[in-house]
Design a protein around this ligand. Structure first.
Ligand code: BGC
Length: 819
């Protein structure tokens, strides 16, 4: 096995904003995402993966088999046949040993390069902003002393659109597949004859020596991707698929003199055609829109120009927040990879990754609201649209659909409902949007209830319904009823499931208005206060007073009934028993209620926050992050549900569920403990991790879960990319640690940093202005600001109003003790 340190498989190239993989046999496929608007591709370091248009379930373009053997087989492959040697630039699927290999994952692109026997092949994959096409630019170079005559084969496998159907409904699927071939373009038109107004194509800008569209013809019925018959024999079959499994493969003959190179452009495109223009002639699809798309990107010059534009696109996006600190690992997280992952989670929610099959979950209500916390500064207009889409899935009583499908934007109950934390996340995202943009017009926007356009109310009214949903659903201790579950989907206090075939998420909840959640209580105090402040800001004092009183009552209820002596309880179960108490045998302490009650500052003066976070440190902290609960459940508890189905140390049962660690970090900043907050931050931030074999997943992406201290292999990570961990960490480091906090009135500067830091600078775009912020820490404090200047002039207080500045301004912040 390769040595377990950060350099074993690759390195960060910060200047180019890339991670460079230098060894194809990574512990798990290390992937990247192409596309950031409608057309998306997942691509691994060996070119595995797939593409889809907007919705990974309903518009899957290319096929991928999850949990396959060998791992990560299937993708977009190029085979080179050079004499008797057949190889791929990305090593897979032939796994022919390469003389040289690299994979550069960058911002919206991946470049896979390999060399063998004097030939060098480099393939650049990307999706241009604004169009529905994956561009693959391939460069083949002859570095040898002899002329080379090679055959190049491309390959991708079409998915029959509905990805779920594609993996199940073979009695139908084997009869429906249809293609057309026109010159060097292969069209996938399955089901176009009926209700589909879309098709896909795979184009090559060279003249073909042949092609294949039938998988059986290309591979041979008993071969894998590693030994396609067309390639091993050097004879493309010119096959036309009728049913079975349609694919697209181009064969190109290439002759290269020593030192010569050849560039080719391949395009994987998706098109929609209006009903009345679907056909060119009976049975022949209208290819005019495809021709137009090909005409835009089909040449090497066009592909190059488009790639340059992609670079500018990302340069502008990331320019919204750029940090210069003493630690390149921190800069790399803040300036590049964390922001990048926030874009990915914004686009994917929890739908498509190498751990999420793209058919299970759409856009989650709570997930998508939280993902916005890391996205507002990137593209505020898209964040606005997202908030309105999410809000439209709320019902009149404030409850919500737990997810919606990105294609239709309509909510559904496929993964359950009645999660009583859900409504509050709408307040969380909307108030954060207002702080970032100052765009209060969103509050007047009319938004449907339950996606019913005939039943609308203002966005502000939606927030009120969210707030009231909590106060209308209080339990015996005047704490919020948990419903099906709260943020922790697996704490199913009303489920009592004995049937392994029923889902904890969708099976009927047992009746009862007893089980209460301290996590929701903390969230209510935090976001309820934000709602109160908003009403106050809008001049609605009556509503602010009403909301403020409810928040204070909740604080009181938490202090009276939610404090266990050393930490906050987690919940009361359906029998009214304590959950997460010293009295319990197992899971005496949970992270969520400590995090939320600390963020909300409940009992701060009485020392409860400090005590609770000290308890977190004592019982939950580990070298790899903070576990969710301790000690983990060792057996199934009927009264707690799914949480106790996981073996100890995994997922919600004693795993380090990374999403919630930032809540504790923020809590630490409430206490002013910058060293502790940053220590937790470093334990999670991918660029700080040195144990790559153990960690397994991408060194540049956050994971949802790292195995906890009671697991057999603590520190092993799973489920990379699609996790609220990205947004929460971004929010935490930029706002709560670096302390640049958007407020309705301007930027509040309030760092909470390790005492050893001497300072840092940040370039921050804020409401169209460029602020250059320099923080000095001459006295070595963690928190406390003694002086701020704006363009050299002293500012009163800690909020800097930028509205009177020109396009750019200079802010200096001096931290230090009072006086
Ligand atoms: C879900 C979240 C949930 C979390 C904790 C994630 O997989 O996407 O909605 O809050 O698990 O259970």
């Amino acid at each position: 096995m390769t040595a377990d340190n950060a350099a074993s498989y690759g390195f960060f190239d910060d200047e180019n904003r890339e991670y460079v993989v230098t060894e194809p046999r990574t512990p798990y496929p290390w992937i990247n995402y192409l596309g950031s608007e409608n057309f998306f591709s997942l691509i691994s370091n060996t070119a595995g993966g797939y593409s889809f248009y907007r919705d990974a379930k309903f518009r899957r373009l290319t096929r991928y088999r999850y949990n396959n053997v060998p791992m990560d087989d299937g993708g977009r492959y190029f085979y080179i046949r050079d004499g008797e040697t057949i190889w791929n630039p990305g090593w897979k699927p032939t796994r022919t040993e390469l003389d040289d290999y690299s994979c550069r994952h960058g911002m919206g692109y991946t470049r896979v390069a390999g060399a063998k026997n004097g030939l060098h092949c480099d393939v650049l994959f990307f999706v241009p902003p604004g169009d529905n096409v994956e561009i693959q630019k391939l460069t083949l170079r002859n570095d040898s002393q002899e002329e080379k005559q090679v055959q190049l084969f491309s390959l991708l496998e079409w998915c029959l659109w509905n990805a779920e159907d594609d993996t199940t409904n073979f009695q139908r699927n084997y009869s429906t597949g249809e293609v057309e071939v026109e010159n060097s373009t292969i069209y996938h038109k399955t089901e176009y004859r009926e209700r589909r107004n879309h098709y896909a194509f795979y184009h090559c800008n060279a003249e073909l020596a042949g092609f294949d569209t039938s998988r059986d013809s290309f591979l041979g019925p008993y071969n894998g991707f590693d030994q396609p018959e067309a390639v091993t024999s050097g004879k493309p079959g010119n096959s036309i698929a009728h049913g079975w499994s349609p694919i697209a493969s181009h064969a190109v003959d290439i002759t290269l003199a020593p030192g010569e190179s050849r560039e080719l452009v391949f395009l994987l495109g998706y098109l929609e055609v209006a009903e009345e223009h679907k056909w060119e002639s009976p049975g022949v699809i209208n290819k005019a829109p495809a021709h137009e798309l090909i005409a835009r990107y089909g040449t090497v010059e066009q592909a190059d120009a488009s790639f340059a534009e992609l670079g500018t696109y990302w340069e502008n996006l990331l320019g919204g927040f750029q940090l210069q600190s003493h630690d390149p690992r921190l800069d790399r997280m803040v300036n590049i990879w964390n922001q990048y992952q926030c874009m990915v989670t914004f686009n994917m929610s929890r739908s498509a990754s190498f751990f999420e099959a793209g058919i299970g979950r759409g856009m989650g209500f709570r997930d998508s609201n939280q993902d916005l916390l890391g996205f507002f500064h990137l593209q505020p207009e898209r964040a606005r649209e997202r908030i309105l889409d999410i809000a439209a899935t709320q019902f009149e009583d404030g409850s919500v659909y737990h997810q919606y499908q990105p294609l239709t934007k309509r909510g559904n109950a496929a993964i359950g409902g009645n999660f009583n934390d859900d409504p509050l996340w709408l307040i969380c995202s909307t108030t954060a949007y207002l702080r970032e943009t100052g765009d209060f017009s969103i509050l007047e926007q009319q938004v449907p209830f339950g996606n019913d356009e005939n039943n609308c109310a203002s966005m502000l009214e939606h927030l009120r319904r969210s707030f009231d949903h909590v106060t209308n659903n209080l339990g015996p201790h005047k704490l919020p009823l948990i419903g099906r579950a709260d943020w922790n989907d697996c704490l199913n206090l009303n489920c009592f499931s004995t049937d392994p075939n029923e889902s904890f998420q969708t099976t009927e909840n047992k009746a009862g208005a007893i089980a209460e959640s301290l996590m929701i209580a903390g969230a209510f105090v935090l976001y309820g206060t934000e709602y109160t402040d908003l009403c106050r800001h809008l001049g609605d004092d009556a509503e602010a007073d009403r909301a403020g009183a409810a928040v204070r009552a909740m604080e009181q209820a938490v202090i009276e009934h939610g404090w266990d002596g050393e930490w906050f309880l987690r919940a009361y179960d359906a029998a009214g028993n304590k959950v997460g108490s010293n009295e319990n045998e197992e899971s005496k302490i949970f992270i969520e209620s400590q995090g939320f009650c600390a963020m909300a500052g409940i009992g701060l003066e009485q020392g409860l926050v400090e005590k609770s976070l000290d308890s977190v440190q004592e019982h939950l902290d580990t070298p790899y992050g903070i576990v969710l609960n301790y000690p983990a459940f060792t057996r199934y508890h009927l009264e707690y549900g799914e949480i106790s189905t996981y073996p100890p140390g995994y997922k919600e049962n004693g795993g380090i569920f990374c999403h919630n660690n930032p809540w504790v970090m923020i809590g630490e900043t409430v206490l002013g403990r910058g060293d502790q907050a940053y220590d937790y931050y470093c334990k999670q931030a991918p660029a700080f991790q040195d144990h790559v074999n153990l960690r397994k997943i991408e060194p540049y992406a956050y994971a949802q879960m790292v195995a906890g201290k009671e697991a057999p292999l603590p520190g092993e990570a799973k489920n990379s990319w699609l996790t609220g961990t990205a947004a929460w960490n971004y929010h935490t480091i930029t706002e709560h640690i670096l302390g640049i906090k958007p407020r309705f009135e301007g930027l509040l500067l309030d760092p909470c940093i390790p005492t050893a830091w001497q300072g840092y600078t940040v370039q921050r775009q804020f409401r169209g202005k460029q602020a250059s912020i320099r923080v000095h820490n001459p006295d070595g404090v963690s928190k406390g600001v003694k002086r701020i200047t704006l363009n050299g002039k002293e500012v009163a207080g800690q909020i800097v109003d930028l509205s009177a500045c020109g396009d750019s301004c200079e802010i200096e912040v001096w931290m230090g003790g009072a006086g």
